[in-house]
Design a protein around this ligand. Structure first.
Ligand SMILES: [Zn+2]
Length: 174
């Protein structure tokens, strides 16, 4: 799961730490190291960084903790758990947003003809171009028809990528 670029992107967004190796904190959690001390020791990150990252994950709903009191020392121990299912949910939601957005762009591209300016990169729809007598509203250059088939193809390819993308959430348990 951690090797999935989309998972990594999401986690980096949540963690948002300059500290190198902070993503390893999650790997530790997944591998069953449950206290901040254990994680700090294993990752060789400072304890306050580990704690900060853990609380960021908690804040995003990606981690949870249980508090228990040591009967001898009276100190509290926090045992942490990574919420894999929530990651799955968040990624699915993000995918859905991207796909919805791509589909609306695709529809717009498919339902319109486009004209571009010869001298700059202005681009408008047929309606906009004809309103201006096929003269560029920005630079007075001549507008000419451009086939948007390559753009449509590109959007479709991108959509296809999301269609086929499955995050492997089971790997760590095997
Ligand atoms: Zn122009």
């Amino acid at each position: 799961m951690m090797k999935d670029p989309l998972v990594q992107e999401l986690l980096y967004e949540v963690i948002n730490e300059e500290e190198e190796g902070s993503i390893n904190i999650i790997e530790c959690l997944i591998e069953g190291k449950v206290t901040d001390e254990e994680i700090a020791e294993y990752t060789e990150l400072r304890l306050n960084i580990v704690r900060r990252v853990l609380y960021k994950l908690y804040d995003a709903g990606l981690a949870s903790y249980k508090r228990s009191k040591d009967p001898e020392t009276q100190w509290y121990t926090y045992t942490w758990k990574f919420e894999t299912e929530r990651v799955e949910e968040m990624i699915k939601r993000k995918h859905d947003e991207i796909v919805t957005n791509l589909k609306s762009i695709l529809e717009y591209e498919e339902n319109n003809m486009f004209f571009v300016c010869k001298t700059s990169d202005c681009r408008c729809t047929f309606d906009e171009a004809s309103e201006n007598g096929f003269i560029c509203p920005k630079c007075d250059g001549e507008m000419e028809f451009v086939d948007n088939a390559p753009i449509i193809e590109q959007i479709k390819e991108e959509l296809h990528l999301y269609d086929g993308h499955e995050v492997d959430f089971g790997a760590e348990n095997s």
